[in-house]
Design a protein around this ligand. Sequence first.
Ligand code: SOE
Length: 387
Amino acid sequence: MAKKPMNIALIGCQFMGKAHSNAYRQAPRFFDLPVDPVMKVVCGITKEEAEGAAAKYGWQETSGDWEEVVNRPDIDIVDIATPNNTHAMIAIAAAKAGKHILCEKPLSTNMRDAKAMMDAVEKAGVKNAVSFCYRRAPAATLAKQLIEEGKIGQIYHFRGQYLQDWIVDPKFPLVWRLQKEVAGSGAHGDLAAHTIDFARYLVGEIADVTGVMETFIKQRPKLAKSDDRLGGVASEEMGEVTVDDASMFLVRFANGALGTIESSRFCLGRKNYNRWEINGSKGSIVFNVERMDELEVYFHDDPPNLRGFRTIQVTDSCHPYTGNYWPAAHIIGYEHTFINQAKDFLEAIANDKPYSPDFRDGVRNQAVLEAVEKSSETGAWVKPEAI
Ligand code: SOE
């Protein structure tokens, strides 16, 4: 029997638009989905940009007008993959039009907009998701299962780092990710937001934080030509960098665990070093996106002569998601986190089941980001706003 079609509109067709497009194309090829995702329309800043993306990624139609797209009666899902300061207006309009929404992280650039987005989707009763895609790396999902099964025991520590190095060169231009009004914050909202999501997912709610943030290079050449994350053409004119280059903070979890979180774009050689380690009363686990198919584990109840960290290659059919891809050890990677996310979101919609992380998680994440920002100004411990 033919599956119910689910028409998707993608707004934004650069780095994340590419990742999301690939996810919708691949998800039905690997998973037996309850619905048929239809790549209906892609919307770019201009119609020409959308036409390029449609031809490359396989969208049926194109548009240069996101408002018209989110109000189309034939659209079921609006996928937001645009710069951060545009998430709120698109999501709120899409919620009002009754669409399910998947939004790139961070949810927004500030608490006010993030809460307005959450209120809009909750009032409309539509499914909503924030694209903290790394939760859906099979090894990270396995870590969650181990914690829930009690294999790690009571958690004492979470030690998270998300390190990149792509803006060390002072000549690297002022792309949108370096402008507060567009991005909200720098490494903090771009990278630490992922780590905060892992911390909340694996350990629990964050009670308070204290930290520092720094901008090492305060002026950069303005852009001569538009960009997408990896650069652009620099002009002669200089402009202010209005976001942090790095953030570091201490975390007290509501359950008593202690953590540290570090984000930076100034760690030469670290390209996408998204690593965390958790230490509990019965063992430890370590995950790093740069070796995403592996989970390091240490179990204290192993016989003493065999104790030690071991590496599980999370690619067997007994592991989360992986049985749907290739035989064991035929590894998967970055794009599969988005495919797994698309699959789970489509299932949540079709089966009317909760999806996590949702916009409420996005707001809680934003509350932690902003608590660190306040702490960095005052030096105090700050409680994230209660949601
Ligand atoms: C840029 O630093 C970036 O693409 C982030 O925006 C993503 O969220 C992260 O997954 C990889 O790095």
